[in-house]
Design a protein around this ligand. Structure first.
Ligand SMILES: *[C@@H]1O[C@H](CO)[C@@H](O)[C@H](O)[C@H]1NC(C)=O
Ligand SMILES: *[C@@H]1O[C@H](CO)[C@@H](O)[C@H](O)[C@H]1NC(C)=O
Ligand SMILES: *[C@@H]1O[C@H](CO)[C@@H](O)[C@H](O)[C@H]1NC(C)=O
Ligand SMILES: *[C@@H]1O[C@H](CO)[C@@H](O)[C@H](O)[C@H]1NC(C)=O
Ligand SMILES: *[C@@H]1O[C@H](CO)[C@@H](O)[C@H](O)[C@H]1NC(C)=O
Ligand SMILES: [Cu+2]
Length: 663
């Protein structure tokens, strides 16, 4: 759902470097665009289009160099070797009528290509157009009349932009959105105070209201009890906990070199994209036995976040958000609050995104990077059978990169955690505000018809919904070519008692996925271990070296496959998909998601059923939550987390942290 763009202008500027960390500024071919490079894009456009042409930048991001060029730079470069050329990919709306895709040479400041896009769907919304659209209702006489009839004051109204989706309409369709309003009046928790019954339709290109309907008055939920600010809370208060701090007397043990991070046995690159948010690239791990770095993950990022609500009322049925493709998961990054969002030993990094005119905007504290020690155990054993009791324990210290995306009401806390054991753990924490619907009900006993959700407070329904996060994971396990092994655990019946008194056991049946259709997996329906191997590399005892994907919370779509919403979000149909690497297949829901029709999704690409065995492959993993709201989610929701882990599976010859330092 839409970020309330006004929040953007209340950034706190913290320059917070808690300890002596070495930060240098080498460049890497996957670095995000620098402020100077955004300026270079603007200059290229000025010389390309006449100054009578209006241009709005909806997306500006790095046009990645070919993978081979990046890898060759990374593994063979000397101080003098040339980096691949720096290029940007741009999606712009020109003259408020057409969508253009452009490539810019950032060094020369020239346009290399300019193509008109004529397919279905539209690019991300800009903040500026959301701000403009959100302001329209208050200048619209029928809306003011609706407020008057409800006894509401215009000064307390705040509106948000919502993508309207696609429900089978023919023809190109215009860039229309819904603008829905909420009421403050004594709270900052506007999402608990929706003004229901009013549907405002706005054409973003014309920037005017093209539809208006007020179908009747629904009570606005009360402000009481909705405020979540500490300063507004009144006694009684519960017991608290004492101050807790992680202290690193010798400073952090990681090193940041531009966007490259080196820590313990890991070396990787942290990028930023206005659509995806954090991008982890070229992650390699040092193998003590082989005395060399070995590749694990070429690229990992959140490709799409789909949040459909299960509410069919007139002002709600279209609320099926694609937070990356419509609103920009990176664009919605919130500046992290030192000492609260991240522990005291964290180091912060800024990011840059373009405004609609292409001006670079700084996002301070976009990332924090810290070593986590939460008292956990890396491995241990107590041996009491030996003459003298043996106890060996190692502390689990890991490295976390954190970023928070606040997409309107929800805050998503994204952690990429690197462990010395070789695991990469991705966690997402959901917190923030529910999107509440105003209703007549004040008690559960009054609900006899379909309410589409759960009553949380008087006149407040928390609508049922899902969150599906689809990650793009370009694994390069010890090299480019990998295979996907579906390692199925199946029950075997023991036929009679001559071989064993047991009646059953399970064993592993390994199937190599040959093509894309073999690799589509709905988790939960069968016991399957997801293993990605390099079939050309074996351990000394002959196992193919690999990584295992360990799922966290597993959820699949509950919408029918022929529902327009689900057709657009067909990439959630399976939890696991594997595709051959293709540089243009990045966005699981398509490049143009606003008003998309599902013709450019992971589901359509994989219909080609391409070969994926012993190829450079990409894994797409979807984790999900079915969210049935409950009263504890009101007025602000305590964090609910899930994620997944990429864990070595015969990648190393033995436990890689056997010789981890003893502390
Ligand atoms: C457009 O460019 C021309 C030539 O550089 C200049 O004379 C004119 O003032 C510009 N118009 C606007 C509206 O900036
Ligand atoms: C945009 O519109 C202006 C004014 O109508 C026109 O001069 C210009 O050529 C148009 N630009 C493009 C790229 O169509
Ligand atoms: C039991 O299993 C053994 C070994 O597979 C086989 O030789 C024997 O015929 C089986 N007996 C019966 C009763 O099925
Ligand atoms: C790469 O992906 C695009 C978009 O799905 C497709 O049009 C193109 O044919 C693909 N290229 C290859 C080599 O598969
Ligand atoms: C990887 O797979 C491709 C496609 O099958 C093949 O052309 C290439 O030689 C393989 N590379 C290696 C290193 O095996
Ligand atoms: Cu939720």
């Amino acid at each position: 759902m839409s970020k309330n763009p006004t929040f953007l202008f209340f950034f706190f500027f913290f320059f917070f470097f808690s300890s002596t960390i070495s930060i240098t500024l080498s460049s890497h071919p996957l670095d995000p665009l620098s402020p100077a490079e955004f300026t270079s894009v603007q200059a290229a456009f000025r010389s390309h289009y006449s100054n009578h042409t209006s241009v709005a930048f909806h997306y500006i991001g790095l046009k990645e160099p070919p993978k081979s060029a990046v890898l060759s730079w990374l593994h063979h470069h000397t101080p003098s070797s040339a980096a691949p050329p720096r290029r940007a990919f741009i999606i712009a709306r020109v003259n408020h009528t057409t969508t253009h895709e452009l490539t810019v040479d950032l060094t020369q400041s020239t346009i290399l290509s300019d193509q008109l896009y004529t397919g279905s769907g539209y690019p991300l919304f800009t903040f500026e157009e959301q701000i403009a659209a959100n302001a329209l209702p208050l200048g619209h006489a029928p809306f003011l009349e609706s407020l008057r009839r409800r006894g509401l004051h215009g000064a307390e109204i705040l509106c948000q932009t919502y993508g309207i989706g696609w429900f089978g309409e023919q023809g190109k369709g215009s860039r229309i959105v819904r603008v829905m309003c909420n009421y403050l009046d004594g709270t900052v928790n506007l999402f608990m105070r929706p003004v229901e019954g009013i549907a405002v339709t706005v054409d973003l290109d014309r920037m005017e209201i093209v539809g208006y309907r007020d179908r009747g008055i629904v009570p606005v939920p009360k402000a009481d009890g909705t405020d979540y600010r500490g300063s507004k809370q009144r006694p009684p208060f519960g017991p608290g906990v004492n101050a807790i701090n992680v202290v690193q007397p010798n400073g952090p043990s990681f090193e940041i070199d531009g966007h490259r991070i080196r820590w313990a046995n890991w070396d990787y690159h942290l990028g930023f994209d206005m659509r995806a948010g954090p991008i982890i690239s070229t992650a390699s791990i040092f193998d003590v036995d082989k005395q060399t770095f070995r590749r694990v993950l070429y690229r990992g990022f959140l490709s799409e976040l789909f949040v459909p609500y299960m509410d069919l009322t007139e002002e709600w049925y279209y609320r099926t958000f694609f937070d990356a493709g419509e609103f920009g998961y990176g664009l919605c990054t919130s500046s992290l609050l030192p000492g609260a969002d991240c522990p005291d030993n964290a180091v912060f990094m800024e990011a840059y995104f373009p405004d609609k005119d292409g001006n670079p905007q700084q996002l301070p504290n976009a990332f924090c990077i810290f070593e986590r020690y939460a008292g956990d155990v890396l491995w241990r054993h107590t041996e009491a059978a030996t003459p003298e009791v043996v106890t060996e324990v190692r502390r689990d210290v890991s490295l976390v990169v954190r970023m928070v995306s606040t997409v309107g009401n929800y805050d998503y806390i994204n952690d990429w955690e690197f462990k010395q054991s070789g695991s990469i753990k991705v966690t997402v924490g959901l917190t923030g505000l529910l999107e509440a619907r105003g209703a007549d009900y004040t008690h559960v006993d009054q609900i006899h018809d379909e309410s589409y959700g759960q009553i949380l407070a008087e006149n407040t329904i928390g609508s049922n919904h899902d969150h599906f996060l689809t990650y793009h994971l370009d694994l390069d396990v010890d090299g480019d070519n990998n295979s996907f092994l579906k390692s199925k655990l199946k029950t075997v019946r023991v036929p009679n008692r001559t071989t064993s008194p047991r009646k059953s056991y399970w064993r592993v049946f390994v199937e190599t996925a040959k093509t894309e259709s073999d690799a589509k997996i709905k988790l939960g329906s069968e016991q399957v271990d997801l293993i990605f191997v390099n079939p050309n590399k074996k351990t000394k005892v002959g196992n193919p070296v690999g990584y295992r994907l360990i799922p966290g919370s597993v959820a699949g779509p509950l919408l029918s496959a022929d529902d327009y919403v689900q057709i657009r979000a067909a990439f959630t149909e399976y939890n696991v998909w594997v595709t051959p690497y293709n540089e243009s297949e990045k966005w699981a829901g398509g490049v143009y998601v606003d008003r998309s029709r599902g013709d450019d999704t992971l589901a359509t690409w994989t219909m080609q059923d391409r070969e994926i065995e012993d190829r450079d492959i990409v894994v797409w993993y979807t984790l999900g939550f079915h969210h049935v709201p409950c009263q504890e989610d009101f007025p602000v929701m305590p964090t609910l987390s899930s994620g997944f882990e990429l864990r070595p599976a015969n990648f190393f010859e033995r436990n890689p942290v056997l010789k981890a330092y003893i502390s």
